[in-house]
Design a protein around this ligand. Structure first.
Ligand code: GLC
Length: 794
């Protein structure tokens, strides 16, 4: 038993499920299921919604963001035809408590198991690979000592387009439902889509047809909310359930829903399994083919197995084994799943439904694939490069399907392209990437990936202040610093560190691609930048964060609030803008000023009132999100910085404070899911200090994984191999890392040895000691055994 549990639930033995046994969790605890196109989010009581390709512009079902009520979802009802009693396998919406209940959030599925009125139900929801639909598998078992007649009713509300459809009375008039009785499929289409009109304004059909069907012939259906619920009726006790039948309404004049009714007879101890299919296709014929495919024997079981095999193969490529079971299951399973299913594919969660690709966001997230399937990182790089303008600037975000985007003047977005390209090249040495040709967003011209990166770097170099610091413009990594540089004068010290890193690393790349002159130019620009940062950006004990258009500083001793910012210090260490002595001093400052019970604060103290010249960050409630909370994405960088200065205590302490599976002890204070990272934890200026929020939709998932492997375990990809620099607790005697790298598997064992000798590592590759700190990439076989002895002073 891994022992990881709290009063609401537990991690299964293999860590691949979080099983919720008390449905009254302090917030909805959700799962995200996606195959990269079709997706859905589902809470522990069945709340949530479904989409195709874009969780914002192309939602199939309706939902309202209400994390307190969480009472809108896609539901099932069971009805005992003898007694007329009815209930729901996910407890909501009838809210009848079950004799036994468990919601299993797993990798690629969610299953509700419940027992009530002598009927056991197992309701599994999953999304097959490569298909635009979800499958609900319902297994009913008669536990009572008499034969039973049970009716099953499904319920969901059609949305069919952009969310939310705030003006329901307008939108519903465009939706048409139709029951195809030959094929037993309920179809829904909409003759309006808010997204691109080919000609004119709002003049496009929703280019899909949605469908819902059962694996067996049904006993009734309804697509009218009024007849299903009854006027002034409720989901808790719908009219259809009271009467035990549906009205069979369809057409263009309704408030459109989908409900299918199926009766099932169960002898004593008998079980029965049925499936429901919900999805969207280009046309009815294709929808019919999907349904026919899954009605065939064993196809649903086969599809479920494929999903399970897919995830299994993907996530087991790089794994760790340490004495910390929470770290193990987060790294081996959940962080990858969160980053891929939630951030890269679904781009949706309960706290945020984006649907769009954030230029910097999904590029960073795609780093998760470096350890698993780097070709996917490459795909992401190419996709983002194609959203760059010829002058080097990029869209802050854009929507797939509509290609609408925001041409915001963020100062850093564009640099994440070279940043991720650098990481990709270190991982793969696939230098051909640089030569691939990718079009620009604004013209028909194309350029190589290398050129795309260079345009980004040059543009940032052209946006320096007179004293040589980068301009912050409308924001840098911190979106909330949205008013600091509106007049084009304010500067960003964090961006300076980031640019310094990019200049040095890209200059190395340019040397390898034989562009020595440009390489020298970048290195020279880097040197100048470093000087400027240390001369003007140093506040005496730390780096200030930004200067406003009027020259006032942010993140300086002079400020009463927002005195010291984390990123301006961690990145000085990571990029090496600060010298060795200064790096150590910065670590002390971080510990003294930013450390908190919740983790390292993004800055401190929080702003208590809006500051028009800072931006919306100062408008959040104090201690929340970017206003002086722990912003977990940024917090992960402290683990990286700690590695650079060899600070083991800070590294693991930071890890423990932000790792969700380490937050099991006080669920009613922490509130968030224990299996995925939150975007933020409240800081000390909030009365809800240490509360977690904004789960799933956060860049911290991929980064927490990355810093765990690269910086805590301390095995990091470099151009010629894996660089060794462990920084995990000295008490950890032995840890193992299975690292997928360049198509090979490196089985690495790191043993801590107490000695009187100097602190260092010796590395044995397949039994032979090698000099230096690099495990060579070049190996002549597929499985490489590496033993590292880490000597620590007694
Ligand atoms: C949000 C944005 C991300 C940004 C972060 C900090 O998570 O999506 O791009 O870096 O906030 O402001």
């Amino acid at each position: 038993m891994n022992g990881l549990k709290n009063k609401y639930g537990f991690f299964s033995e293999d860590g691949r499920e979080f099983v919720i046994t008390d449905y009254k969790t302090p917030r909805p605890w959700v799962n995200i299921l996606s195959n990269g196109h079709y997706g859905l989010v589902i809470s522990q009581t069945g709340g949530g919604f479904s989409w195709l390709d874009n969780s914002n512009l192309n939602r199939l079902t309706r939902w309202q963001q209400d994390l307190i009520r969480d009472d809108q979802g896609k539901y099932l009802y069971l009805r005992d035809e003898e007694s007329g009693e009815f209930w729901s396998p996910s407890i909501f919406p009838t809210r009848q408590e079950a004799d036994r209940f468990a919601c299993h959030h797993g990798i690629g599925y969610t299953t509700f198991v419940s027992e009530l009125h002598g009927i056991r139900s197992e309701w599994k929801i999953f999304v097959p690979l490569n298909r635009p639909l979800e499958i609900w598998t319902l297994k009913l078992t008669n536990l009572s000592n008499r034969a039973r007649n049970i009716s099953v009713f499904t319920y969901l509300e059609w949305l069919l387009g952009a969310a939310p459809d705030a003006h329901r009375e307008f939108h519903k008039t465009f939706i048409e439902t139709r029951f195809d009785s030959d094929e037993q499929i309920l179809f829904a289409r909409k003759r309006l889509w808010e997204v691109p009109a080919r000609r004119g304004h709002w003049n496009t059909d929703w280019p899909y047809v949605a469908f819902m069907a059962c694996s067996l012939p049904i006993d009734g259906f309804d697509s009218d909310k009024e007849s299903f619920l009854g006027m002034y009726g409720s989901l808790t006790a719908p009219r259809a359930l009271k009467h035990g039948k549906t009205d069979g309404r369809q057409g263009k004049w309704l408030d459109p829903i989908a409900s299918l009714h199926k009766q099932i007879s169960l002898a004593v101890a008998e079980s029965c399994q049925i499936h429901f299919f919900l999805g969207a296709e280009k046309d009815e014929e294709r929808a019919r083919q999907q349904v026919r495919h899954f009605r065939a024997k064993n196809q649903t079981a086969h599809a479920l197995q494929q999903v399970s095999d897919y995830w299994d193969k993907l996530i087991t490529r790089t794994t760790v084994q340490t004495p910390d079971p929470a770290l193990n299951l987060m790294s081996n399973i959940w962080l990858k799943y969160q980053a891929i299913a939630g951030r890269l594919w679904g781009r949706a969660a309960y706290y945020q439904q984006s649907g769009a690709y954030g230029f910097r966001d999904q590029l960073q997230d795609s780093q998760i694939f470096l350890y698993l399937q780097p070709e996917q990182t490459k795909e992401q790089i190419l996709l983002h490069a194609a959203h760059q303008f010829t002058d080097g600037r990029v869209l802050h975000w854009w929507h797939p399907l509509s290609e609408q985007g925001l041409d915001a003047q963020m100062s850093d977005d564009l640099l994440w392209l070279p940043f991720v390209v650098i990481q990709y090249l270190k991982e793969t040495a696939d230098w051909d990437l640089l030569k691939l040709s990718v079009p620009f967003y604004d013209t028909a011209t194309s350029a190589t990936v290398e050129d795309h990166c260079l345009r980004a770097i040059h543009l940032v170099l052209n946006r320096l202040s007179p004293r040589g610091l980068p301009l912050i413009l409308h924001g840098d990594w911190n979106d909330g610093l949205s008013a600091v540089g509106l007049d084009g004068k304010g500067e960003s010290v964090w961006l300076g560190h980031f640019l310094f890193y990019i200049l040095n690393e890209f200059s190395l790349i340019l040397r390898k691609t034989n562009r020595a002159q440009l390489a020298r130019f970048f290195a020279e620009q880097g040197r100048k930048l470093k000087q400027a940062i240390n001369k003007f950006g140093w506040d005496g004990d730390w780096y200030w964060r930004a200067s406003k258009d009027n020259g006032d500083l942010i993140g300086s001793k002079q400020n009463k609030e927002g005195q010291i910012y984390l990123n301006a210090q961690t990145w000085a260490i990571i990029a090496g803008t600060a010298g060795t002595q200064r790096q150590k001093h910065l670590m002390d400052m971080i510990r003294a000023r930013l450390n908190s019970e919740a983790g390292p604060l993004l800055f401190a103290p929080a702003y208590s009132a809006p500051d028009e010249e800072i931006g919306y960050l100062s408008r959040y409630a104090p201690g929340i999100r970017e206003n002086g909370g722990v912003y977990t994405h940024a917090a992960t960088w402290l683990i990286r910085a700690a590695n650079r200065v060899g600070d083991r205590e800070t590294a693991y302490e930071t890890y423990r404070k932000i790792c969700p599976a380490h937050k099991l002890a006080h669920p009613d204070v922490y509130k968030a899911e224990p299996y995925v990272t939150p975007g933020n934890l409240d800081g000390p200026d909030s009365p809800f200090y240490t509360r977690g929020g904004w789960t799933w939709y956060t860049g911290s998932a991929a980064w927490l994984f990355k810093v765990t492997i690269d910086d805590l375990i301390g095995i990091q990809a470099d151009y010629d191999g894996l660089r060794v620099n462990p920084n995990f607790p000295k008490e950890w005697q032995i840890i193992r890392l299975q690292r997928f790298f360049r198509g090979r598997t490196f089985h690495i064992e790191i043993e801590t040895v107490r000695s009187a000798r100097e602190e260092k590592c010796t590395i044995f590759v397949d039994g032979s000691e090698i000099p230096g700190d690099l495990i060579p990439a070049r190996q002549d076989h597929k499985n490489i055994q590496v033993v590292i002895k880490r000597y620590l002073r007694e």
